[in-house]
Design a binder for this molecule. Structure first.
Ligand code: SF4
Ligand code: SF4
Length: 425
């Protein structure tokens, strides 16, 4: 039998003038009291926005939900501890691993807010020249061309020429519209994003929606650049977009991208740009009764909740209502869904740091998510954030699941079932 530790007990101890008898001053071994040099932590918490890192009391709840810790060694608890031990967060690679998915904030009892901490600390690191080069290139492209892909602004509406339906561009249309569609960069330029844009344009047309786009007057909403530490660039983009939008008359702003949705709902109003804003799934969910579905999609489909539509903005139902309306489609939920959904790794600038992060993780977050979809027997992974189609399609290939799992935007699935496009279902 293990020997019981002998308690160390003083008959009477006086602590701060209070007399404690033996029962209350009992300890089982002399404690090693370490005094931390808090100057490194205080350097972080002195930054406006980053104060809450100091609130961490190491409970570890965040570690169990952080999607990065699933494939690496990173969570807010670890960030706090390493900083407490004197490792500078400004120079640490930890600073670039957070995708600002917001799952930790959901469970943290002390409200340690990485959504405020990360952009604030990153901003200083960017100014001091400590950011990964690939992220700086995305910033530079955005500043120069108005999009992180480095595509010319004049080509922003080129996708619409292949839409097969009229996609009015506001500056030529010269009339008010009911819905102004803020397309965003990946749906405008990335080939797979363009597929979803064509599908969405055809759906809007078939529903008789009176809509228009900004064409080459539109610039990136800038929300991910803001989260990655480029607040100045974000402000510039917000001011430009607000100026352009203010020229036109419309009732509703519709966005394809949950990151733009976040910017228009929470950030642009701070700069004087406030419009009733909806994600496209929200607008379409209200029109399900008018959709003429012709072709059933007899597939097992799972849905990946985008962090910036779900956790950041509370929309979980609209995408599911649309998928549920498609005849033949069987919707199966992954374990990590809705509030606890896993992250694709693209948020908070992760979209532009794939090489940096993949060298530091056992696998990409997108690869982990694709494996989860396959584990649930899904044949199609349905998405509704423009970052995700390309990320997950790459991950399908790199995890050896080509031929097993397809990745399609909800707009593509709807348009296919309505007989408006031939999607690869
Ligand atoms: S959940 Fe909050 S308090 Fe607990 S370890 Fe994580 S950051 Fe610290
Ligand atoms: S926001 Fe997401 S990725 Fe960042 S620390 Fe929290 S749980 Fe991890």
């Amino acid at each position: 039998m293990a020997e019981k530790a002998t308690p160390i007990e003083l008959e009477v101890a006086v602590v701060n003038g209070v007399e404690l008898n033996g029962h209350w001053n009992r300890i089982f071994e002399p404690r090693v009291i370490s005094e931390y040099d808090l100057s490194v932590l205080e350097e972080v918490t002195a930054i406006p926005g980053a104060e809450s890192l100091a609130y961490c009391y190491q409970c570890g709840k965040c570690t169990s939900v952080c999607p990065v810790d699933v494939v690496g060694d990173y969570s807010p608890r670890k960030v706090f501890r390493r900083t407490q031990l004197g490792i500078s967060l400004f120079e640490s690679e930890d600073l670039w691993l957070c995708t600002t998915c917001s799952d930790c904030l959901r469970v943290c009892p002390k409200e340690v807010n990485m959504i405020d901490i990360m952009p604030a600390v990153r901003e200083k690191a960017v100014m001091d020249g400590h950011a990964p080069q690939e992220l700086l290139s995305a910033f530079e492209n955005t500043a120069r061309y108005g999009n992180p892909l480095g595509e010319p602004a004049r080509k922003r509406a080129e996708w619409s020429k292949g839409a097969g339906v009229a996609v009015p561009i506001m500056k030529d249309h010269k009339a008010p519209v009911d819905v102004l569609w803020f397309v965003e960069c990946y749906p405008a330029y990335h080939p797979r994003g363009q597929d979803a844009s064509v599908a969405l344009a055809r759906i809007l047309h078939s529903l008789g929606v009176d809509f228009g786009i900004l064409g080459n007057e539109e610039k990136c909403s800038g929300d991910s650049q803001r989260m990655a530490g480029e607040a100045g660039l974000f402000e510039m983009l917000a001011e430009d977009n607000i100026k352009v939008l203010s020229k036109y008359e419309f009732n509703t702003l519709m966005v394809t991208d949950p990151h733009a949705f976040n910017a228009f709902r929470h950030e642009y109003p701070k700069f004087g740009g406030e419009w009733p804003t909806y994600h496209y799934t929200q607008l379409l969910a209200g029109r399900i009764g008018e959709m003429d579905f012709k072709t059933p999609i007899e597939r097992r489909v799972t849905f990946h909740d985008p962090c910036y539509l779900g956790r950041h903005n509370g929309e979980y139902e609209a995408p599911r209502a649309l998928l549920g309306a498609i005849p033949g489609l069987e919707l199966v939920e992954m374990g990590r869904c809705r509030e606890n959904a896993y992250c694709c790794g693209g948020g908070g600038g992760g979209m532009w740091m794939d090489s940096f992060t993949s060298e530091r993780l056992t696998m990409r977050l997108s690869e982990r998510r694709v494996r989860e979809a396959v584990e649930y027997g899904a044949e199609i992974l349905a998405v509704t954030c423009p970052y995700e189609v390309s990320r997950f399609e790459d991950a399908v290939k790199s995890t050896g699941n080509a031929g097993k799992l397809k990745v399609l935007d909800i707009a593509e699935l709807l348009a296919h079932s309505m007989g408006l496009v031939e999607a690869n279902v």
